[in-house]
Design a protein around this ligand. Structure first.
Ligand SMILES: C[S@@+](CC[C@H](N)C(=O)[O-])C[C@H]1O[C@@H](n2cnc3c(N)ncnc32)[C@H](O)[C@@H]1O
Length: 269
């Protein structure tokens, strides 16, 4: 599975849904509650995970623009089950090139998930400036924040996690990625420009009942460690074997730190 494949996004979605911070979702719902209809733009929608997560909390009519540069993911997103108060349109677009076009016109909310840790500081600043100029609120969920805890402990865990976090900062198509720094930096930028922010953690806690998710994460982390060349390959492979044995024995729990936030322009409603 690749980082953006439909298979991976489907595997992670139930964990994302459980992890999304309910205080942050409530803040979004409360902010929009007086609207009879809302225009929502979902940046890098993938298969539509954010739509499926937010739709049940929004009783008003919703028009969702689902934006991604992957046509097959967009096709899945527009086929999403949802309450019949939501209309969906797919927008195939490269957010690195054409971000600004997605924010023009009436937009009541920009939503995104698992995107900000992929983008560069330059792209984040572009997003913040464009949002603030138009006084649009942002719901940004599931930005990886650098915290990984593996139980039981293995002596190589710390070195592997350091390698994963180094890999997180490599270019994912938007320039050098912010990785674990993304959510904190985005919040600081919005607050500096007068936005109010509701924030909370949205950690995955993946237990023995989810061996496929655990195996996929561990394989991804081993690959990341190989790609940044931080450790001898034989040590990485031995670590992966030990961790897979723990998964097979039903003894492994993985915690992966994420942050959610909702940033709103002050005094617009
Ligand atoms: C980690 S996935 C998150 C998908 C979805 N938001 C979710 O939470 O399941 C990142 C998404 O960013 C999209 N993406 C990556 N680079 C992009 C770009 N330059 N323009 C538009 N979408 C992009 C990918 O196709 C993928 O759907």
């Amino acid at each position: 599975m690749t980082g953006f494949s439909a298979e991976w996004l489907t595997l992670r979605e139930p964990h994302d849904l459980r992890a999304r911070n309910s205080t942050v979702i409530e803040a979004v719902a409360t902010f929009l509650e007086l609207c009879s209809s809302v225009q929502i733009v979902d940046l890098a929608c993938g298969t539509g995970s954010t739509l499926r997560a937010l739709n049940p909390f929004l009783p008003m009519r919703q028009n969702w623009k689902l934006v991604d540069n992957d046509l097959s993911l967009l096709a899945r997103a527009t086929a999403s089950p949802r309450d019949n108060n939501a209309t969906l349109s797919a927008v195939p677009l490269d957010l690195n090139r054409d971000l600004e076009a997605m924010l023009d016109g009436v937009v009541d909310l920009v939503a995104t998930s698992a995107l900000l840790d992929l983008v560069s500081e330059t792209w984040l600043d572009r997003l913040v400036v464009e949002m603030v100029t138009r006084a649009i609120p942002l719901y940004a969920a599931l930005s990886y924040d650098g915290r990984i805890a593996l139980t039981p402990h293995d002596p190589l865990d710390v070195a592997i996690i350091a390698a994963v976090n180094a890999h997180q900062r490599t270019d994912k198509g938007f320039g050098p990625a912010l990785g674990p720094a993304a959510a904190a930096l985005a919040i600081a930028r919005f607050e500096a420009l007068g936005y109010s922010v509701v924030r909370g953690t949205s950690d995955w806690v993946i237990g023995p009942d989810a061996p496929a998710m655990q195996s996929e994460l561990l394989a991804g982390w081993a690959n990341a460690a190989r790609e940044v060349d931080a450790l001898p390959r034989a040590e990485i492979s031995a670590w992966l074997r030990r961790r897979r044995d723990l998964v097979a024995a039903g003894r492994s729990v993985l915690r992966v730190g994420h942050a959610d936030f909702f940033a709103t322009p002050s005094a617009t409603r």
